[in-house]
Design a protein around this ligand. Structure first.
Ligand SMILES: NC(=O)c1ccc[n+]([C@@H]2O[C@H](COP(=O)([O-])OP(=O)(O)OC[C@H]3O[C@@H](n4cnc5c(N)ncnc54)[C@H](OP(=O)(O)O)[C@@H]3O)[C@@H](O)[C@H]2O)c1
Length: 397
């Protein structure tokens, strides 16, 4: 198994991280069960069942419900360097529907497994993997096939975490994207003005906090007063609920000198407004274009003919960011965010669907609801699904 994200930018990102997340790990117990030496797993009398459920992409479509269904399959056996992780929580990403539409790697044909990131407990492992991990360790990972009850994860691509808390899931992709993008491409200076779009979402919440930490004045767009209140609570100076205030007019009126840095996730007309609002020497970072993901092409329309003129007239720039291209920064980013979280200097807001129509996202089936919920713009923070309650272990492994 390898991460769809890692596939493009090189492998083994999480290998860099192993040591980082070791803070507060439970004491190790050594493995003396030599059954692992042949990767043999005895399911008899163990808490690991022989079969499990997982989400599989059967046909390529950005409509997640059309593309994906729940399958029953044998619980996979970890190879020599792998862990078998019993997933407790999995993270929903806007790009889950880009993945189900086959936009990540057109050479991969269905059926293939869905889901980018999970956190859970190690319930089986190969012999080489046992040099770093043991049964009962808690790990987080990002890699394809996370939407399953059990996932095999290469030990070098998993990250030890102190506990199976959904908050840790928010950092793997969403937090790391904001941290690295702003650090590498933002060139933030104290006193500058930063606009974050989809600011109350999975990655936006972190962009707001990191820009604020850099001493900037932060504006954040969102679609409800509740989200605006949340944005205030994490330091956003000017939340703009675009359902009640006109974004372009508000920016023109309140920021006549323009915006220095934009962390832009929506695309289409929002991107147009953001470009038009740039200050002289402004930097716009393209993080995503979610407004187009549900369409056939995946790309929202954008009136770009005058873009060169606009950029030249303001000496402004547009910069693209894709996390796998910045894996050399990943170790430092995760370590730093973990420390901030431990010191309560970083809010990692999780949305488990408590306010969703049919209640909390629990069980694999609720992933469909969770994706719909995100695409209805309802989420406040990172959308997380609880795959299974904590195990009552009677494992002999
Ligand atoms: N470049 C990278 O490496 C990278 C990595 C991770 C994520 N991303 C990008 O970051 C963005 C956010 O992803 P996420 O997973 O963190 O999601 P999210 O922000 O947790 O959820 C998506 C949010 O986007 C907002 N939104 C605005 N227009 C929308 C539309 N037309 N349809 C649906 N939602 C819309 C909604 O908030 P409001 O209703 O409040 O506007 C919604 O809550 C996406 O563009 C994603 O592709 C990029």
């Amino acid at each position: 198994m390898s991460s769809p994200l890692l596939r493009r930018g090189g492998r083994g990102a999480a290998a860099l991280l192993g040591a980082l997340w070791g803070v507060g790990r439970a004491a190790r117990r050594s493995i003396i069960d030599l059954s692992y030496s042949t990767h043999f797993m005895d399911f008899q009398g163990s808490s690991i069942p022989s079969s499990m459920r997982k989400l599989v992409v059967n046909k390529l479509s950005p409509n997640f419900r059309e593309a994906v269904s729940v399958h029953t399959a044998a619980v996979p056996t970890p190879g020599d360097a792998d862990l078998l992780v019993r997933n407790r929580f999995v993270g929903i990403n806007a790009s889950d529907i880009n993945y189900s539409a086959g936009r990540y790697d057109p050479s991969v044909k269905p059926p293939f497994n869905a889901g980018f990131e999970g956190i859970g407990e190690v319930v089986g492992l190969g012999l080489s993997a046992s040099s770093r991990y043991t049964i009962g360790d808690t790990v987080a990972y990002f890699g394809s096939g996370a939407f399953a009850e059990y996932t095999v994860v290469p030990a070098k691509e998993s990250v030890p975490v102190p506990a199976v808390k959904p908050e840790f899931l928010t950092l793997l992709v969403s937090g790391a994207t904001a941290y690295i993008a702003l650090k590498r491409l933002g060139d933030l200076a104290k006193g500058e003005t930063v606009l974050v779009t989809a600011a109350a979402g999975g990655t936006g919440q972190f962009a707001v906090q990191f820009a604020k930490q850099a001493g900037c004045h932060v504006i954040g767009t969102c679609s409800s007063d509740e989200k605006a209140g949340f944005l205030k609570s994490i330091g956003c100076d000017r939340p703009i609920n675009y359902t009640t205030e006109d974004l372009a007019k508000t920016l023109r009126k309140e920021y006549p000198k323009g915006i220095d840095v934009v962390y832009e996730s929506v695309g289409g007309s929002v991107l147009e407004v953001a470009v038009n609002s740039l200050a002289n020497k402004g930097r716009l970072i393209v993080i995503g274009f979610i407004s187009g993901y549900q369409t056939t092409s995946g790309i929202p329309s954008f009136k770009g003919a005058t873009l060169p003129v606009k950029l030249l007239q303001k000496s402004a720039s547009i910069r693209g960011f894709f996390l796998p291209h910045f894996l050399s920064d990943y170790r430092e980013a995760l370590g730093s965010m973990m420390q901030m979280f431990a010191k309560r200097k970083l809010v990692c807001e999780v949305d488990s669907g408590e306010l969703a129509q049919e209640g909390r996202f629990v069980g694999l089936e609720s992933i469909f609801r969770a994706v719909d919920y995100m695409y209805a713009g309802k989420n406040l923070g990172k959308v997380v699904v609880e795959v299974a309650p904590p195990a009552v272990s009677n494992s002999k492994l």
